[in-house]
Write a protein of this length. Structure first.
Length: 305
């Protein structure tokens, strides 16, 4: 009955976060002007992971209530809220946030406990009943506009990414696209995978983590076969399980094939971290007959731009 209404579906919930490590106090870190942008970036990216979109859920305010960091969330579509609940229930959101905090804060680990509330209802007690959770969130209309501090942090993050992208010799158009909100890539020399080398066309290549250059070349050249590559990567990547790939196709349909392919690989890189290696991508390309693209990523083609 909610989905059939002509009015927009809007709901609100509170996400309570607490580190289980005594030496990590999230509220204190967030209250630090130096650490706040890093915490915000991790929150933003993890929430984007949970819905498959940077705009799937909106942060209205972040409250510091020791020992908890409390985020007031606003959902504008039922399907986005449903994706968020699935991610929360399956532990994917918690894993994603722990990973993003670990990278943003340069810490070895950031263990978390999470709790989700809508009004007086503790949603953790009813997660198996997704429709009931949706109903509770839908009843709680947001009681405030987005906090000015959140808007400032958004702008700060965008300008930081813009600066990084110009440093990487990207065009201004690329800098302003939705995919520009992403984690920095490792250097070409990084090799953190258990497999040090892999074989392609009877040649051995050093395995390494995927880079920004790999990412852009893939998005530019894979064309309509991005979904097929995604299904190959899906076999060993929980973040690409169904219906994620189809959702990405719908979400970025208007932006075109480049953006759809870009978002697919972005999801893979963010979820797999150190395991997002060139060997895994090359294997997926080979499986789908994209030998030429694999050769391009491995530098076997002469420069032809």
């Amino acid at each position: 009955k909610m989905a059939g209404s002509s009015a927009p579906w809007i709901g609100s919930a509170y996400l309570f976060l607490q580190s289980t490590c005594k030496t990590i106090a999230l509220p204190s870190l967030y209250e630090s002007s130096q650490k706040k942008p890093s915490i915000f970036k991790a929150l933003k990216l993890a929430l984007a992971d949970s819905t498959g979109s940077l705009n799937g859920v909106d942060m209205l305010k972040v409250h510091c209530s020791h020992p908890h960091l409390i985020i007031q969330l606003k959902f504008c579509k039922q399907e986005n809220c449903r994706r968020f609940l699935q991610s929360y229930r399956e532990g994917a959101l918690q894993e994603s946030l722990q990973n993003h905090l670990q990278l943003s804060l340069a810490m070895s680990t950031v263990p978390l406990e999470m709790e989700l509330k809508a009004g007086s209802e503790h949603l953790d007690n009813m997660l198996k009943d997704e429709d009931r959770c949706l109903e509770c969130i839908y009843k709680e209309k947001p009681d405030r506009l987005r906090d000015e501090e959140i808007t400032e942090l958004e702008e700060c993050l965008k300008s930081l990414v813009l600066h990084q992208n110009f440093s990487n010799n990207m065009t201004a158009k690329d800098c302003m696209s939705p995919n520009s909100l992403r984690l920095p890539y490792p250097s070409q020399g990084s090799s953190l995978s258990p497999e040090v080398t892999f074989v392609f066309q009877e040649q051995q290549f050093a395995n390494r983590m995927l880079t920004s250059d790999d990412h852009q070349k893939f998005a530019k050249l894979v064309s309509k076969k991005w979904k097929q590559v995604g299904r190959s990567l899906q076999k060993n990547c929980r973040a690409l399980r169904d219906p994620v790939i189809d959702n990405l196709a719908l979400e970025y349909d208007r932006e075109g094939l480049y953006e759809q392919a870009y978002q697919l690989l972005l999801r893979f890189i963010q979820s797999e971290g150190k395991k997002a290696t060139i060997a895994r991508l090359i294997a997926a390309l080979e499986e789908n007959g994209l030998t030429s693209l694999a050769e391009e990523l491995l530098g076997l083609h002469s420069n032809e731009d």
